[in-house]
Design a protein around this ligand. Structure first.
Ligand code: GDP
Ligand code: FE
Ligand code: FE
Ligand code: FE
Length: 187
């Protein structure tokens, strides 16, 4: 499928604002793929599909988790944590994506995980720094992403966890595993 077909397929499944965010993630992910020598087409597809499940019905997503035997800890966390793993399911079963790297990039784009691939890192960072994102410190993350992908991932994870703690939100185990792994490697 070509870019325009993917975009036409996702557009009716999300509000305009989310679609604009997705275009921003796509452009950012392709740019990062160029900088860090990743497959640009894979970055494009992963980015276009990454939030496809964001507005899916929660009961339906929880049914997918049960039927497909996804991580049972996802039950009860709501759309924010479900839409990555269920997005990967939709990418595979509805769009016929077979590349495990693309599916993993979608699956783990919210939490990150231990041992992310280069494509997973690119989508994770692009999601956070795309041009429509506006939060304190985003400019610093954008600069970091041009220089060092691993350091950018680490900074994005720390930013998200600090925000979750500040706003008294629970932290999903995979997010903590990802953080611990990054901090063990940090020099
Ligand atoms: P988006 O889908 O483009 O808005 O971005 P993400 O998929 O990266 O994140 C979706 C939401 O999940 C954001 O509001 C994050 O702050 C939130 N989030 C990320 N990790 C966790 C976590 O471990 N626990 C909770 N409760 N929320 C998280
Ligand atoms: Fe998302
Ligand atoms: Fe993200
Ligand atoms: Fe997103």
């Amino acid at each position: 499928m070509e870019r325009e077909e993917y975009l036409a397929a996702i557009k009716p499944r999300m509000p305009e604002k989310r679609y604009i965010h997705t275009i921003g993630v796509m452009e950012t992910a392709i740019a990062l793929a160029k900088v860090f020598g990743e497959n640009e087409k894979n970055a494009e597809i992963a980015a276009i599909l990454h939030d496809i499940a964001k507005y899916a019905d929660i009961a339906w997503m929880e049914k997918i988790v049960r039927d497909e035997k996804l991580d049972h800890r996802l039950i009860g966390w709501g759309s924010e944590l479900l839409h990555g793993p269920v997005g990967a399911y939709i990418a595979e079963h509805e769009f016929g994506i077979v590349e495990e790297d693309i599916l993993n990039a979608i699956r783990f784009h919210t939490t990150g995980r231990v041992g992310m691939s280069r494509l997973e890192k690119i989508l994770f960072v692009a999601d956070m720094i795309e041009p429509n994102r506006k939060f304190n410190g985003v400019e610093r993350l954008r600069k970091k992403a041009q220089k060092n992908l691993d350091k950018a991932v680490s900074a994005c994870v720390r930013h998200t966890l600090a925000f979750l703690i500040d706003t008294k939100q629970p932290i999903y185990p995979l997010s903590i595993d990802c953080y611990n792994d990054l901090m063990k490697r940090e020099d």
